[in-house]
Design a protein around this ligand. Structure first.
Ligand code: TYD
Length: 213
């Protein structure tokens, strides 16, 4: 699969702080010409599918959920990311197929080896990111950082600690065992205070850009 140096993927469990990081990155003058995306969403189709995915009353099998995420992603790549890359712009992705590997393929379906799954993004023409930032955090701590009110709960917020433990285990296995993740990943200790998490992120990105882009 082709590695795309202009693609930077931010990954981690819910509550790991990567969305806060992305919001700060988007305000940095040095990234002013770059594109920032959040999954699922970012297109008309993607936002509609996001609403369906978040709706607790919509039953879905693990594969139906997987293909819904992939459909939203496919539109985002076609409509937003590939045109940006073609114009020589970088794209920062708040989640990518790496999330589907951790949440659906790993945590829900119980697979360890990503090889079979990776046929899907490959045939769909999705490039592999040049840098993956891994916001690693104990899922019990991540849980305390998420909104607790019952009213705020959507389909994804309703999942229990043991599910998030499996998500974190999947990320760890993927990033420490399998290529090309092992080569492109940079681990960020997400248990640190927000400013330290952000500072480590900037160091990782600048190091990467010095050598790759
Ligand atoms: P969101 O509110 O955007 O959470 P976050 O800020 O943590 O990204 O909700 C996205 C949820 O969807 C989140 O729980 C992760 C989950 N998800 C998957 O299960 N599979 C995927 O492929 C993607 C992109 C997200």
């Amino acid at each position: 699969m082709k590695i795309e140096p202009l693609l930077i993927d931010l990954e981690g469990d819910d509550g790991s702080g990567k969305t806060t990081v992305i919001a700060r990155l988007a305000k940095e003058p040095e990234f002013a010409d770059d594109v920032f995306t959040r999954e699922p969403g970012g297109t008309i189709l993607g936002e509609r599918l996001r609403a369906v995915l978040k709706d607790k009353t919509v039953r879905r099998s693990a594969w139906a959920e997987t293909f819904t995420f992939m459909a939203a992603r496919s539109e985002l790549i076609d409509e937003v990311v590939l045109p940006a890359l073609l114009a020589g712009r970088r794209a920062f992705l708040d989640r990518y197929f790496t999330s589907t590997l951790a949440y659906q393929w790993g945590a829900q379906m119980g697979h360890e080896d990503p090889t079979e799954f990776m046929r899907l993004p490959k045939i769909a023409g999705m490039p592999f990111p040049g840098l993956v930032l891994w916001y690693d955090l104990d899922p019990a701590i991540a849980m305390t950082r998420r909104p607790q009110q019952e009213s705020a709960h959507d389909h994804f917020d309703a999942r229990e600690l043991d599910f998030h433990q499996r998500v974190c285990d999947s990320y760890r296995r993927l990033f420490t065992t399998y290529e090309p993740w092992k080569t492109v990943v940079r681990r960020i200790d997400a248990a640190q205070p927000p400013d330290a998490v952000y500072a480590d992120t900037l160091v990782a990105i600048r190091d990467y850009l010095r050598t790759h882009a």
